[in-house]
Design a protein around this ligand. Structure first.
Ligand code: BEZ
Length: 184
């Protein structure tokens, strides 16, 4: 088989067997993230495991995914807007806002500190990208120097069941706090 045909076959197989993004009606897969507690002395606290079932069970919740902690759009607009609209979202029945990224828990913890997100947005570190892969949200950002990451999206969840999926390849139209508020 010629190299061209082989590469076409490989692409076809990749498409066929690659996961597609989680859809409305699906249950979040059980997964063990890592998170950190707020520290008052500036030290890094030890990451501890936290499971999807513990976090989302029985709750109306939002799970936001961003390509990376400390990246410009995520730090200046996407997550700050969720923090700013925390009260409004709560009034409309959202009991929990969580944020996941393919970053380790120390980075997510430091970012939470910087954004003043503790108590408002629970940071769920998906260090090896296994959660992103499990829900079909992996994104290759190698060209931008970030490697394998997770897509930018927001899910509205009811007891772990997906009620809304908003994925943004560019901009924040579907995954912003405003977009979630429109769904409530
Ligand atoms: C951001 O600004 O959110 C961003 C920048 C580069 C890559 C991915 C995200």
């Amino acid at each position: 088989m010629g190299l061209n045909n082989f590469s076409k076959l490989l692409k076809l197989a990749n498409r066929k067997y690659s996961n597609s993004m989680i859809t409305v009606g699906a249950h979040l897969p059980e997964f063990e993230f890592k998170t950190v507690k707020q520290e008052t002395d500036g030290a890094c606290s030890a990451p501890y495991p936290i499971k999807t079932s513990e976090v989302f069970k029985g709750k109306r919740a939002v799970l936001v995914s961003i390509p990376g902690a400390f990246t410009p759009v995520c730090s200046s607009r996407h997550i700050p807007e969720f923090i700013e609209k925390f009260g409004e979202l709560k009034k409309k029945g959202v009991e929990l806002i969580a944020c996941t990224a393919v970053n380790d828990a120390f980075v997510m913890g430091a970012w939470s500190e910087k954004l003043n997100a503790f108590g408002k947005v629970l940071m769920l570190a998906d260090g090896a990208g296994k959660f992103a892969k499990a829900i079909g949200a992996e994104e290759d950002l190698t060209e931008k120097g970030l490697g394998m990451r997770g897509k930018r999206f927001a899910l509205l969840l009811d007891d772990g069941v997906v009620k809304y999926v908003g994925v943004d390849d560019t901009g924040l139209d579907k995954s912003s706090a405003e977009a979630i508020l429109k769904q409530l």
